[in-house]
Design a protein around this ligand. Structure first.
Ligand code: HDD
Length: 692
């Protein structure tokens, strides 16, 4: 479907305004003559209140900010659409999941959780993955994360958990980081966090790109079909580009070099027409199987191993349009886990139930009153008619005398609709019990799935997890607290606890670790799709570069949808051997290898000397090497690799095994470029530096 045909885009068109070629006016439409000076008594005299343009402009400015989200403050949105591969009518009557001819418009907002609005993109954190489907039956919001489990089991603990992870009260330090005492204090005193902590200490918390992370609805939801039969369901998003992470050292450097790294990546991909795609997957369970597992399916700290309950791929989301205005769309969008359509319902997961209160409540404050569903980005494409009236910022001009139900003056309209005609009816689950402040015993096992996660990781992923614990706990001031955390994770896996303890001067407890429930290869990022598509290469060159080599390289990269940027010593045009000029996009000053997936050093003695004359060129390559990235060099370019320590003068061959490719000038040909692109597809060459 073309963007123009998209019904939500048409609706938004009614609100889109361009100022191109227009006269400057006040909010009353009055044309403004002077926007340079306030009205004064003489050029050096006092300003006069009569200056309505000044007052209006200043007042609006003074009120331009709204409260940031209490969590997920930093986010980035995009428009897209959803197509269904196969009907799920056996399980649900939701129209957008049963009619394969429908393309459902949607809006996505990715986010970090702990940081403020202006914090950096690449911090260690969970990523929010919220999707608003504008379906014909009303808005359906799938408000998930990039991890399939959560820190706590009951929503009443959410404010405590967030207080613990947010910066500490005396000084609001540290920003956007869990590496501090209160967070780890919470973890050590609330052991239900153990499984989620394993995810947060892994590369899943450092996504290379929003386009390369999975999404999860986390809770167990309910599908209800036309016959009223119910199944349990978990939702998954699977990125077409695979699941890939940055390495820790890289994330910290990127945070300084480009705090908007993930935002920019998504924006550019969409601008370039490389539309990110995520497939929707569902895990479905019969109601009868509710108690067939050694965990409780209502416990949000547990996942359903994909090897036990396969993920069925049923459709695809494509993100194909950037926002026109960040504030109007991304900042004002309001998701709610309780926005459902017929065919989808809740379960009694106590985390989910509690979320149902929080979202509207917080949005009333953030968006200034009860009428935020009327903000263009939040409006459903389905018609809205009810007896809700008035309040701050009401946009709709409701006509007619009645605003109540039941009425006789308006023939009892707007009228409720029977379920056979689309009226939402809650699933009639039978529930019995005493009112009690308690948690089911079936939620008591906090460690088996944490252990499963640990034992399902590859050795490199395990090392990264250990390093993450060592870093985070290394920032914890209280020694006692560090030890308490080691005590807790001694219950997850003995080798994990030992390795953490080794790094922070603590002592593991032996013999108390949980046996993993199962091993789930699907949890490892190493098992995911690999492709070079949309990866970014720094092509380093200087004057005297070989024109044919660079042209052939760029052609091959473009053909494989790999993005390239020319990096030179300065931004001045660079001359090739045959006099061809090329404009570098970046200089050694503006670029850094952490912003690229791979580095290619072109041949040509003069150009390489020029690069080498700037000491940062060797650092550029060295950093790419340390971050396991693909590096290639041709002819004299190899000298730069040697000075970076990426190859030894005599050890060139061995290095080739580890994603470092070198070639003589005459053999820089199509097969060489292909090997380079294949190596980029590997994402990283983890075997380059063997970690303990
Ligand atoms: Fe939440 C925002 C995801 C538990 C309370 N949450 C928020 C967003 C996402 C999630 C993606 C950002 C939406 C956006 O981009 O605007 N939250 C989750 C997931 C959870 C979860 C996957 C567990 C499975 N959340 C959770 C609990 C509570 C909240 C238990 C409270 C009881 N969440 C909120 C909130 C936020 C929010 C305070 C902040 C801003 C907003 O809602 O609109 O209401």
């Amino acid at each position: 479907m073309n963007d123009i045909d998209n019904i939500k885009q048409k609706q938004l068109d009614a609100y889109r305004v361009t100022d191109k070629g227009e006269a400057l006016t006040t909010n009353q439409g009055l044309k403004v003559e002077d926007d340079e000076h306030s009205l004064k008594v003489g050029p050096r005299g006092p300003t006069i209140m009569e200056d309505f343009h000044f007052r209006e402009k200043m007042t609006h400015f003074d009120h331009e900010r709204i409260p940031e989200r209490v969590v997920h403050a930093r986010g980035f949105g995009a428009h897209g659409e959803f197509e269904l591969y196969e009907s799920l009518s056996e399980y649900t009557k939701a129209k957008f999941l049963t009619d394969t001819s429908i393309r459902t418009p949607l809006f996505v907002r990715f986010s970090t959780v702990a940081g403020s609005r202006g914090s950096s993109d690449t911090v260690r954190d969970v990523r929010g993955f919220a999707v608003k489907f504008y379906t014909e039956e009303g808005n359906y919001d799938l408000v998930g994360n990039n991890m399939p489990v959560f820190f706590i089991q009951d929503a009443v603990k959410f404010p405590d958990f967030i207080h613990a992870v947010k910066p500490e009260p005396p000084n609001e330090i540290p920003q956007a980081s869990s590496a501090h005492d209160t967070f780890w204090d919470f973890v050590s005193t609330n052991t239900e966090t153990a499984h989620m902590i394993m995810w947060v200490m892994s590369g899943r918390a450092l996504p290379r790109s929003f386009r390369m992370m999975e999404g999860f609805g986390v809770h167990t939801f309910r599908f209800v079909n036309e016959q009223g039969k119910s199944h349990f369901v978990k939702f998954h998003w699977k990125p077409k580009l695979g699941v890939h992470s940055l390495v820790w050292d890289e994330t910290q450097k990127v945070a300084g070099k480009d705090p908007d790294f993930n935002r920019r990546d998504l924006w550019n991909a969409i601008e370039q027409g490389n539309y990110p795609e995520f497939e929707l997957g569902v895990q479905i369970l019969k109601e009868e199987d509710e108690f067939s597992f050694d965990f409780d399916i209502l416990d949000a700290t547990k996942l359903w191993p994909e090897e036990m309950v396969p993920v069925r791929i049923v459709g695809k989301m494509t993100l194909n349009r950037n926002t026109d205005n960040f504030f109007a769309e991304t900042e004002q969008v309001a998701f709610h886990v309780g926005h459902l359509v017929p065919g989808i319902d809740f379960t009694n997961d106590p985390l989910l139930q509690g979320r149902l209160f929080s979202y509207t409540d917080t949005q009333l404050l953030r968006l200034g009153g009860p009428n935020f569903p009327e903000i263009p980005i939040n409006r459903p494409i389905a018609p809205v008619h009810n007896n809700q009236r008035d309040g701050m910022h009401r946009m709709t001009i409701n006509q007619g005398q009645t605003s109540y139900h039941k009425n006789s003056l308006a023939n009892n309209h707007p009228a409720p609709v029977p379920t056979s005609e689309g009226g939402y009816r809650h699933y009639e689950e039978k529930v019995e019990g005493r009112k009690i402040k308690a948690r089911s015993n079936s939620f008591e096992d906090h460690f088996s799935q944490a252990s499963m996660f640990w034992h399902s990781m590859s050795p490199i992923e395990q090392s990264q997890i250990v390093d993450a614990f060592r870093f985070e706990l290394g920032k914890v001031m209280s020694k006692e607290l560090r030890q308490r955390v080691v005590d807790v994770f001694s219950q997850v896996a003995e080798d994990l606890a030992e390795r953490i303890a080794d790094g922070i001067g603590a002592t593991p407890i032996k013999g108390i670790a949980a046996a993993p429930t199962t091993i789930s290869p699907a949890l490892s990022m190493m098992t995911k799709t690999k492709t070079a598509v949309t990866r970014k290469v720094a092509v380093m060159l200087g004057n005297g570069y070989h024109t044919t080599e660079v042209q052939a390289l760029l052609k091959e990269l473009t053909a494989s949808k790999v993005t390239a940027e020319i990096v030179s010593k300065t931004l001045a045009p660079v001359k090739g051997v045959d006099g061809t000029l090329i404009e570098p996009q970046q200089s050694l000053l503006t670029a850094a290898s952490v912003l690229y997936d791979a580095v290619y050093v072109c041949g040509g003695a003069q150009g390489v000397d020029e690069l080498l004359s700037d000491v940062s060129s060797a650092g550029f390559v060295r950093e790419a090497f340390q971050h396991y990235k693909t590096i290639a060099a041709v002819g004299d370019g190899v000298r730069l690799l040697i000075s970076a320590g990426a190859v030894q003068a005599a050890g060139e061959k061995a290095a080739q095994l580890n994603g470092v490719l070198i070639a003589e000038e005459q053999s820089a040909d199509k097969p060489f470029y292909k090997s380079f692109i294949d190596a980029i597809a590997e994402h990283r060459h983890w075997n380059r530096i063997i970690q303990p």
